[in-house]
Design a protein around this ligand. Structure first.
Ligand code: RBZ
Ligand code: NIO
Length: 597
């Protein structure tokens, strides 16, 4: 038996040397000296996002110290997912600065006028001045489930990189260096610039250098853009809501709701729909007297708050389709140009239908055969070669973006006239439309391919084969079409459908009802609604045509067609017939005697 009261505690030579007794005796004993704490608080409080830099070089040892601080950040599962790309090459820096210039204008376009002007006044990047750029990227190629803590919070790797950035920021500030975190980029464009592989994502561009400003407060606070919220507004106790059931306010948005409306549609406002139906109920007639038409009229009147003009515009877009070279139409490609020229002259079936319905016509040449744009038509001709969709993409991405953009502007203009009716012309486009219909409804080519403008059995067989080929060529892209509806237009086409998709977005964004036509004249509604769900409340199914997949497409849209005439005209003829009916319904609604409450 030992005769000692206590044995000395064996102090480990590795790991935590503190003892339980020491920790219990002095729980705060791990603190740094008070002057260190004050210094840390000073650095945290004095950290600024620096946008103005002096040209003096950053000494290598300081840069290494800053990067070392970054590399000491905490990371999920100790995964250290950050990688630092130190950029000194002026051409890379200039190209990055150019990307930021573009992103700045794009962002300004989404803000209110006042905020946009102020944003453009702000200096948001110091990319061209800072002698060093450090691009912090996150290597996300490791499966989340393989990293401790990421299976449940898969984005924790990104947060770890943000911690590294903050560490660098503080280390830079303590040394008198300035750092600015620039995220004013299209991330894909920045990735391409730095040649990042798939799965490695940029967190932004850190400008690093000697600051040419020493701001006592955050720049955005100084510019009266915003102010730091009181601590009490961001701290809650035990749960999100307080006793009164209120939660904290969400961060402020400077989005322009009007610009948003010009670009994106307003959902059909429930109050105005209710007031339109209330008005219908007051008519001296049985409720829902006009049946399907009644509902459409209520919707149109709700959208225009009863002031929709008794008129409108047929937007008729035409385009050539290389797939017509695969024997999928009973007609020659040149017909497309002839019809569009006749439309511009006011003599095509679509143009005459529009006139007879009291609508104006806007003819859009989205690349009909021939080397020049059709006279009298708005030109929206794709710049790049188009593919036959069976073996290559129908359209180039840049062209699709342009077509959508031009369409949007046309739609916004047409919206001012009242109803916006869609019309298409393009030999071969029922094959394109069938492929799109398969993609968006899941129909098989056998159930989607129809006779178009008059196919025989051989043509129908070839159409099916082409649609099958196109769908298997684009497999995963077709399945994921909702993630990127514009890519479906790239894969399958066609240019007139892309323009009309833009028209739907623009018209609905400006508050107008959009009347769909046949199969190719309904798909723009599906695609636009996928791009902006609020479009849905603006869509009216003009007709159910003869084309096989049309019914499935209308069902997918949840729309009941006004007419079912087995049309096969295309060109917006059905949309015009329906528009004329809608206008008549509006006149009836507006003219009939009201009953007293
Ligand atoms: C003279 C003529 C005028 C047309 N206007 C519209 N289409 C309709 O038929 C074409 C699509 O059918 P497919 O895929 O079988 O080629 C599109 O132009 C459509 O609008 C027309 C067709 C013809 C022949
Ligand atoms: O239903 C259609 O849209 C259709 C049918 C045949 C030809 N063009 C269009």
């Amino acid at each position: 038996m030992a005769d000692r009261d206590a044995w000395p505690r064996p102090r480990p030579l590795v790991g935590d040397a503190s003892s339980a007794r020491e920790r219990a005796a002095d729980p705060a004993g791990w603190a740094f000296a008070p002057e260190v704490v004050t210094a840390l608080d000073d650095v945290i409080a004095g950290r600024r996002d620096i946008r103005r830099f002096r040209p003096d070089p950053v000494p290598e040892d300081l840069l290494t110290e800053v990067l070392t601080a970054g590399h000491q950040a905490p990371s999920v599962g100790h995964s250290q997912p950050w990688r630092f790309i130190v950029v000194r090459d002026p051409s890379t820096r200039d190209r990055a600065a150019h990307l930021a210039d573009r992103a700045r204008l794009d962002q300004a376009a989404q803000l209110t006028n006042e905020r946009a002007a102020r944003m453009l006044d702000l200096k948001l990047e110091g990319l061209r001045e800072a002698p060093v750029g450090v691009v912090v990227v996150c290597d996300r190629r490791t499966p989340a489930a393989g990293v401790l803590g990421r299976a449940t919070f898969p984005d924790a790797d990104l947060w770890s990189c943000a911690c590294a950035i903050e560490n660098m920021w503080l280390a830079a500030r303590a040394r008198g260096l300035g750092m600015g975190w620039v995220t004013l980029f299209d991330p894909d464009a920045l990735s391409a610039l730095l040649d990042l592989p798939e799965g490695v994502v940029p967190m932004g561009w850190m400008c690093l250098g000697w600051p040419d400003e020493r701001p006592p407060a955050p720049g955005l606070e100084r510019a009266a853009w915003s102010r730091r919220m009181p601590l009490a507004d961001v701290v809650m106790h035990d749960r999100w809501r307080d006793e009164a059931g209120a939660g904290p306010t969400q961060p402020v948005s400077h989005l322009d709701t009007r610009a948003e409306r010009a670009g994106r549609a307003d959902a059909l406002p429930p109050e105005s729909l209710v007031s339109a139906t209330d008005d219908a109920d007051a008519l001296l007639s049985p409720p829902e007297s006009l049946g399907v038409l009644d509902r459409v009229v209520s919707r149109v009147e709700a959208l225009g708050r009863g002031r929709t003009p008794l008129s409108g515009t047929l937007v008729l877009a035409g385009a050539a389709h290389p797939v017509s070279g695969l024997g999928v139409s009973a007609f020659d490609d040149r017909v497309t140009r002839d019809v569009l020229e006749a439309a511009a002259a006011g003599e095509s079936m679509g143009a005459v239908s529009a006139r007879s319905a009291g609508l104006g016509v806007v003819v859009v040449d989205a690349g009909v055969p021939g080397n020049s744009a059709v006279r009298g038509a708005l030109a929206a001709r794709p710049e790049h070669p188009r593919g036959d969709l069976a073996t290559s993409d129908a359209l180039d991405r840049h062209d699709v973006d342009q077509l959508l953009d031009i369409g949007r502007r046309i739609g916004q203009g047409a919206a001012r006239t009242g109803l916006v009716a869609l019309g298409e012309v393009g030999i071969g486009n029922t094959t394109v439309a069938a492929a799109l219909a398969c993609a968006v409804t899941g129909l098989s080519p056998r159930d989607a391919v129809g006779v178009g403008a008059g196919a025989d059995a051989d043509i129908v067989e070839r159409k099916r084969a082409v649609v099958e080929q196109a769908l298997s060529r684009c497999g995963p892209r077709v399945e994921a079409w909702r993630d990127d509806p514009a890519d479906l237009l790239v894969a399958l086409g066609g240019a007139e459908i892309a323009v009309l998709t833009g028209v739907v977005l623009g018209a609905a964004g400006a508050g107008a009802p959009v009347i769909l036509d046949g199969l190719a004249g309904s798909l723009p509604g599906v695609l636009a609604a996928a791009l902006d769900p609020a479009v849905q409340g603006h869509l009216v199914a003009g007709q159910r045509s003869r084309e096989l997949a049309h019914d499935a497409v209308l069902r997918a849209l949840g729309l009941e067609p006004l007419l079912s005439l087995r049309l096969r005209s295309g060109e917006g003829v059905g949309a015009c017939l329906a528009a004329s009916l809608v206008l008549q319904g509006m006149r009836i609604r507006r003219g009939v005697a009201r009953t007293a409450p």
